[in-house]
Design a binder for this molecule. Structure first.
Ligand code: 5GP
Length: 113
């Protein structure tokens, strides 16, 4: 199976501006930022999207959610931020490897497009 672009970043086959990494996840700047700060938090395990979480992923899911604030802090988002997980074609997902967008650095509007 062809590696996802995020797997290539995890494997250091393509460069990325990495701001956090541990044994289970990695966070790097989005190449097409939609806000002054736009970071992607990605599990090292290949999970398609939030719809594909299994019971055995419970610890990893918890780990990812607890790392959101650490990543947001490291990115300087002390005034708040938005966490987004696009899921499937209607959800606007373009990379088939679970990722949380962490966006901030300006006042974000609602609803999204
Ligand atoms: P999605 O559309 O699946 O929710 O989000 C995928 C995100 O990955 C997009 O915001 C896109 O800009 C980002 N992206 C795609 N390719 C690359 C890449 O090679 N490097 C980085 N850093 N981000 C990427």
């Amino acid at each position: 199976m062809e590696k996802t672009i995020f797997q290539k970043i995890i494997d250091r086959e393509i460069p990325a501006d990495i701001i956090y990494e541990d044994d289970q996840c990695i966070a790097f700047k989005d190449i097409q930022a939609q806000a002054p700060v736009h970071v992607l938090l990605v599990p090292k395990k290949l999970i398609l999207n939030v719809d594909s979480f299994e019971d055995s992923d419970r610890d990893l899911a918890g780990h990812l959610l607890t790392k959101v604030s650490a990543v947001a802090n490291a990115a300087g988002l002390q005034q708040g931020y938005r966490v987004v997980a696009n899921c499937g074609s209607d959800g606007g997902q373009s990379v088939d490897h679970l990722h949380f967008h962490i966006l901030g650095g300006r006042k974000l509007t609602w609803p999204p497009g």
